[in-house]
Design a protein around this ligand. Structure first.
Ligand code: NDP
Length: 244
């Protein structure tokens, strides 16, 4: 029977590539969205491309909504074997101008969500003796970024979570890793003015943005049996930018 992979916020640029790659690998793939409206076209576009995904509405900042999501997935699709905590947002502002709301939203969506979702799936993975938790962080959680105290704190926190949980579940066949992408050619980055984007690219040794498919390739490896010896790692995938 196919293993089940849950990708949170899988309808975005990176998430879609991850969903498709895991489906190519033979997983039954389920994703979440928090803003209803785009799921019908996303599902049908993917169906037209040969991908049959499952999608549930769930605000990952809401612990009880995550509990309800887990119950639905367990009863309708089966136990989750691979969890990719991918949902994320930015609300950039210099610390001087950063509001409490934007601090809370970014910590809630990028970091609290990892607790809210993982809490309902990790015990099951450990009981079954196999599982993969993959947290999508960012280069800016490794090196910090002007205007992103909230995002950098949340993304760095994700890796603290990975290192600690990795130790707790290592003997149960469950691995927990962080992936820290650099700048990827998604709508978010392509919306940045061209001159700013060119400055970003000038700082990337490979002299281009990354592709969502390149991130998905790394997730595919981490989700595989072959990656059983890799846990508690923070994998930088950023075109050669120095991060520590
Ligand atoms: P997108 O904005 O395209 O996708 C983010 C996804 O998160 C959306 O599908 C969105 O769904 C979901 N999401 C946001 N808030 C919530 C919420 N409260 N509950 C549930 N889902 C939510 O971003 P990317 O694909 O570019 O990024 C994916 C991940 O990679 C993020 O964690 C991001 O921080 C990280 N990253 C991205 C980089 C890049 O260059 N693009 C670089 C480094 C890291 P909905 O709209 O339905 O809320």
């Amino acid at each position: 029977m196919a293993k089940v992979a849950l990708v949170t916020g899988g309808m975005g640029g990176i998430g879609t590539a991850i969903c498709r790659k895991l489906a190519d690998d033979g997983f039954k793939v389920v994703t979440t969205y928090s803003k209803p409206g785009k799921e019908t076209s996303w599902l049908s576009d993917n169906q037209a491309a040969g991908y049959h995904f499952h999608a549930y509405e769930c605000d990952v900042t809401d612990y009880s909504a995550c509990a309800a999501l887990a119950e639905k997935i367990n009863s309708e699709l089966g136990q989750v074997d691979v969890l990719v905590n991918n949902a994320g947002i930015t609300r950039d502002a210099s610390f001087k101008k950063l509001s409490k709301t934007d601090w809370d939203m970014v910590i809630g969506t990028n970091l609290n969500s990892v607790f809210n979702i993982s809490k309902h799936f990790v015990d099951g993975m450990a009981d079954r003796g196999w599982g993969r938790v993959i947290n999508i962080s960012s280069i800016n959680g490794q090196k910090g970024q002007f205007g992103q105290t909230n995002y950098s704190a949340a993304k760095a926190g994700m890796h603290g979570f990975s290192m600690a949980l990795a130790q707790e579940v290592a003997k149960k066949g469950v691995t927990v890793n962080t992936v820290s992408p650099g700048y990827i050619a998604t709508e978010m980055v392509m919306a940045v003015p061209e001159d700013v984007r060119n400055k970003i690219i000038a700082n990337i040794p490979v002299a281009r943005l990354g592709l969502p498919e390149e991130i998905a390739g790394l997730i595919s490896y981490l989700a595989s049996d072959l990656a059983g010896f890799m846990t508690g790692a923070n994998l930088a995938i950023n075109g050669g930018q120095h991060t520590c």
